[in-house]
Design a protein around this ligand. Structure first.
Ligand code: GLU
Length: 473
């Protein structure tokens, strides 16, 4: 039997999620669900200074909001914990020691300042700023002097001097890196904490992860991480690097803090279904333009449908999915989304009909109280150009409309027939002034159902207002 598929999302808790890592989390989740595997959440909080407790809580909350419930990880536990790297210090030290013992890693006593100077000098000499093991090797008495002065060494991984490293990226295909260009790199900092390369690769292996989907910006880290796992004789996951996500201007999205972030999406009333459907198509081809559930998205998720060229964040597309999500939402869901008070003005027996009527014109929570106000509130405020237009339409138009209501019924067909019969106007010249007078807006929900919902007194008052004006014809 083949090994069960295991994926993970491994955020560093340094703020809110943004669209880039939302997509990474989603793709890992969909891959796991597609294959009936497990989705693991691991918090990469080894950098204590930058990690914030609040961010861990917020990331978990945002993932749940999107419906990306993890099978193992913080809060839910699992057989491969701890799932926060801050709880795994002992494991890192043990494996660092194994590498040291095996001669695959060595203590490096050079300070950061010395390394900076060294790199600068190499660049000035027109040579690549690659770490030089020979230069870094200090005589024994200098090492003793530094140790006595209280300095601690970093632990550096010893990269083979020549040859190539190949791996099969499960999205981008075969990748080749020349080892000579990599240079020895730090796996343990002088304060004993692991570097990203080390803890990230080690945990992926020890947690039995089979697939790691992550941003293309990590591609150059992968050869280092494979070298570490090879030296430890540990299995490596299959890595897949997702195409870069760029903003509407073509610049990388993740670099522009504050934009396309969860905080903005949620404050703006974006629905989780809209965001998930949008993100699922960022770099993954889909045959369907339908709004899908996470289970449906998972069923059609395939690694060979993930592209290689950059995916562009397009707020207009997100808006399109938002429209579909609002359209598909249940009345209860919309009520919860719009918040308490949104339906205050709507008579309780007309709430469902009201929602059916205004739903195509709702994209944000505030649109619901807005339309409630248009239909059941004190009446629209007209812009000067609307006043002018309605005055030009003339009192006879509105008198005919009112007479229609008196003689027949307060519905659009009756009103329209009366105006047509009385004044001979039709089409746009008939419906536009009616809509303007009744709603104070040039566009909005279908006029017929809207008029049916409106209390007759309100409707009459809105038409009456324009019967007092001087007729222009
Ligand atoms: N903590 C890393 C990040 O947030 C994880 C990278 C990876 O997925 O391997 O970028």
């Amino acid at each position: 039997m083949s090994q069960p598929l295991r994926t993970r999302f491994a955020p560093s808790p340094t703020g809110r999620l943004h669209l880039g890592n939302v997509r990474t989390a989603l793709f890992n989740f969909l891959l796991a669900r597609m294959a009936g595997g497990s989705f693991v959440l691991r918090i990469e909080d080894t950098d204590a200074a930058r990690s914030e407790e609040d961010s861990v809580r917020q990331i978990a909350e945002d993932l749940r909001w999107l419906g990306l419930q993890w099978d193992e990880g913080p809060e839910v536990g699992g057989g491969y914990g701890p799932y926060r790297q801050s709880g795994r210090a002992g494991i890192y030290l043990e494996f660092m020691d194994r590498l040291r013992q095996a001669g695959s890693a060595y203590d490096c006593w050079r300070t950061d300042d010395e390394l900076r100077m060294f790199r600068k000098a190499r660049i000035a000499a027109g040579r690549p700023p690659i770490y030089d093991r020979q230069w870094a090797a200090l005589p024994e008495d200098e090492v003793s002097r530094r140790r006595e002065a209280g300095q601690s060494p970093a632990l550096r991984f010893s990269v083979p001097r020549d040859g190539q490293l190949h791996f099969e990226d499960c999205i981008r295909g075969r990748q080749t890196f020349g080892l000579a260009e990599i240079g020895d790199f730090v796996i343990g900092r002088s304060d004993g904490t692991p570097s990203f390369f080390f803890s990230n690769a080690l945990d992926d292996s020890l947690m039995g992860l089979t697939h790691v989907l992550r941003g293309e910006d990590h591609l150059s880290n992968t050869p280092r991480q494979l070298l570490i796992l090879q030296a430890l004789e540990l299995p490596a996951p299959s890595y897949g690097h997702l195409p870069l996500l760029v903003g509407p201007d073509g610049a990388p999205l993740s670099k522009r803090m504050g934009s396309a972030g969860m905080a903005e999406f949620r404050a703006d009333g974006i629905m989780p279904e809209a965001l998930a459907n949008y993100a699922a198509r960022l770099g993954h081809a889909s045959d369907s333009g339908k709004l899908m559930s996470l289970a449906e998205l998972a069923a059609e998720f395939r690694l060979d449908k993930v592209g290689r060229s950059p995916a562009r964040y397009d707020p207009i597309q997100l808006e399109h999915w938002q429209g579909l999500a609002v359209h598909a939402a249940s009345a209860e869901h919309l009520a919860e989304w719009a918040g308490p008070g949104a339906f205050e003005r709507v008579p309780s027996d007309r709430r469902e009909a009201f929602l059916d009527c205004v739903r195509p014109n709702v994209l944000r929570p505030a649109d619901i109280p807005h339309w409630a106000d248009v239909l059941f509130g004190r009446g629209p405020r007209f812009s000067p150009s609307m006043v002018q237009e309605l005055e030009q339409t003339g009192a006879a138009f509105f008198s005919a409309a009112l007479a229609g209501i008196e003689a027949g019924a307060p519905d659009l067909a009756t009103i329209a027939n009366a105006v047509k019969a009385g004044l001979g106007v039709k089409g746009r010249r008939l419906y536009r002034p009616l809509r303007l007078a009744v709603t104070g807006a040039e566009s909005g929900p279908e006029l017929g159902p809207l008029i049916d919902l409106m209390p007759t007194d309100t409707l009459k008052a809105r038409l009456e207002r324009w019967t007092a004006v001087r007729d222009s014809c």
